[in-house]
Design a protein around this ligand. Structure first.
Ligand SMILES: Nc1ncnc2c1ncn2[C@@H]1O[C@H](COP(=O)(O)OP(=O)(O)O)[C@@H](O)[C@H]1O
Ligand SMILES: [Mg+2]
Length: 574
């Protein structure tokens, strides 16, 4: 499954462009011949200028110019189309990559590859390829004429110019490496810059301006050095090519001179040879540069190819997902073990969540509570054990449908830039009635806040919900979760920052949901009031479930739980 971004695109635009290019060059090569006839004609009938032929020449020149414009345009369009496809493919891929991929990457770095690397490829497809094709056709056309004039001399020229490949090859190799480094440095730069903007509040509050700035400066300097190396190579290539070409011309003059002395070549033919040769020097150099550009573009696709070849989230579709939404469902983690890297986070744990129940997961910070949620929602895959819904393995269900089972409110900020409305309906396939939206806001104790906002539901909240207070953000996430009407509502320390009034209202809402048997409630909380009435509490300690039952049962039977409640919960609440 080794996917690679192709550096060319064969489409109708490309083929039509190519045909026009050949036609245009054909006409261009013909022009000198028509001119010759024009001049020859004049010397024979010296009486007057042949205006008709002159008009034909002018029209032909204009026609060939129009054709070459179309050729250039069409081939560029083919390249633009291809690069649009590549960008869409990469973004689509990124959106389906597993969470583990993103923990090792800075978001700005990834977007830099999508934008800057793709641009190098785009440049190659829309500039290098059309220019090279035009050059190739021009060189071929001219050589056909040259061959016609004197084949020995032509063979001599072709052999000499083939030597250009000898220079192009090593330079191409270096270019590929330099291009890869450049793109990586560029992505580092973008990663840092994005991160700095993201962390601006923290940078200011911690007075971290200087180290952040120095880090950035270092990457800029590194990028500067790589860019200089690349430009140095490109600066050397031009003069080398010129010296080389001049040398070849000198050789041809010498060889041609000998042939003229031997009377096997006329001076006229040698002169016209040299004229044609000067015409094709630039296209020939262009061909020499092609390999370098190609290697450069190839270097730029390196990271993009890596992204394309990273395995996406596993998603099979074997079970009719309708049964997912059966009323009485039981979600189970069975003998599950998991680690993010090497260190085990969860060892052989088993939990089950039944419809209409309120189940709490309690344990010290870092015990792995959020990790359990990550596994239930299949953000990460189990290393060992099973995740089951009604005794059917989760891996048999379509991933998107599976995630529709859950509404998760986390302690993290998941507010997106846009309106309150956009945040509430984020990801919903069926757009709710406006009355339902207001009802959800009411249930989350956010109704009054939104009513007071200048544009109501259409009020913009800025990136990360910067225009909202911490409590408002959390209540907005709760309203969003409520609107999802999912089978499992998960609150991961979601109410810990709320004022007592808000918490009361939200607790009422949750109890209402439970009473209607609509939802299974999974709560992770550090407040006794939130967990004490749970149908079942799982106590997670030291990577394992060390006790389960109601609050009373655990207080009696599990000394560690009792200790945890007394020291971590009650002591803090006092
Ligand atoms: N994405 C991650 N990559 C590596 N380690 C992680 C990641 N997320 C959490 N951890 C580690 O896993 C352990 C459990 O974390 P977590 O489930 O968030 O704990 P809790 O929610 O109980 O506070 C911690 O030691 C934490 O450092
Ligand atoms: Mg957590």
């Amino acid at each position: 499954m080794n996917k690679k971004i192709k550096l060319y695109a064969i489409s109708w635009q490309f083929i039509l462009g190519l045909i026009l290019g050949i036609l245009g060059t054909f006409i261009e090569v013909l022009i000198p011949l028509i001119v010759r006839q024009f001049i020859d004609g004049k010397t024979h009938i010296s009486a007057h200028i042949n205006f008709r032929l002159a008009a034909v020449i002018v029209l032909t020149i204009i026609f060939s110019a129009i054709i070459s414009a179309f050729c250039q345009y069409l081939i560029s369009v083919a390249g633009n189309l291809k690069i649009a496809e590549v960008r869409m493919e990469i973004e689509q891929k990124l959106l389906t990559l597993p969470m583990s991929f993103f923990t090792n990457q800075k978001s700005g770095q990834l977007s830099s590859h999508l934008i800057n690397d793709a641009e190098v490829v785009q440049d190659f497809m829309t500039s290098s390829i059309p220019a090279t094709i035009n050059s190739l056709i021009a060189v071929l056309g001219s050589f056909i004429v040259l061959f016609h004039l004197d084949w020995q001399l032509t063979v001599f020229i072709v052999l000499s110019f083939s030597l250009i490949i000898l220079i192009a090859y090593p330079i191409g190799k270096i270019s590929e490496k330099l291009s890869l480094t450049t793109q990586n440095k560029l992505s580092e730069l973008s990663g840092q810059s994005t991160e700095n903007i993201y962390n601006i509040r923290s940078i200011k509050l911690n007075n971290a301006y200087r180290p952040v700035w120095l880090n950035f400066k270092q990457v800029v300097v590194e990028l500067f050095k790589v860019s200089n190396k690349t430009d140095c190579i490109f600066s050397i290539v031009g003069p080398i090519q010129t010296v080389f070409t001049l040398g070849i011309i000198l050789l041809i003059i010498i060889y041609g001179g000998i042939r003229v002395q031997q009377a096997s070549l006329s001076i006229g033919t040698l002169v016209s040879f040299l004229i044609y040769l000067f015409q094709v020097i630039e296209p020939i150099n262009m061909l020499g540069n092609f390999y370098t550009s190609y290697k450069q573009a190839k270097g730029a696709t390196w990271e993009l190819n890596k992204i394309l070849n990273t395995p996406g989230e596993k998603n099979v579709y074997q079970v009719n997902s309708q049964i997912l939404f059966a009323k009485n469902s039981c979600l189970t983690l069975k003998n599950a073990s998991f680690s993010y890297q090497k260190e085990p986070v969860l060892q052989n744990i088993s939990l089950s969540f039944n419809s209409g129940q309120k189940i709490a997961i309690v344990g010290p910070s870092g015990a792995g509570k959020t990790t359990i949620i990550n596994l239930l929602t299949r953000l990460y895959e189990l290393n060992e054990g099973q995740l089951l819904l009604n005794s059917v393995s989760a891996t048999n269900y379509d991933l998107n449908t599976w995630r529709n089972l859950f509404a998760v409110v986390t302690q993290e900020n998941t507010i997106i830039s846009g309106s309150i409305y956009l945040n509430l309906t984020f990801g919903l396939t069926a757009i709710p009635e406006e009355s339902d939206i207001w009802a959800a806001l009411d249930k989350a104790n956010l109704l009054e806040d939104v009513q007071k906002m200048p544009n109501g539901l259409q009020t913009l909240v800025g990136e990360q919900g910067i225009g909202l207070s911490g409590g408002q953000r959390q209540r907005l996430q709760i309203a969003r979760a409520y609107l999802r009407q999912a089978n499992f509502l998960i609150l991961d320390e979601a109410t810990s920052n709320l004022d007592p009034d808000s918490e009361k209202i939200i607790t009422n809402t949750l109890n209402e949901l439970l009473a209607n048997h609509q939802t299974t409630l999974i709560v992770i909380a550090h407040r006794l009031s939130t967990i004490v009435d749970s149908d079942k509490i799982y106590f997670l300690d030291n990577h394992q479930i060390t006790g389960s039952g109601t609050h009373q049962e655990l207080m009696q039977l599990v000394p560690k739980y009792k200790q945890f409640v007394n020291e971590e919960i009650l002591a803090v609440e006092k």
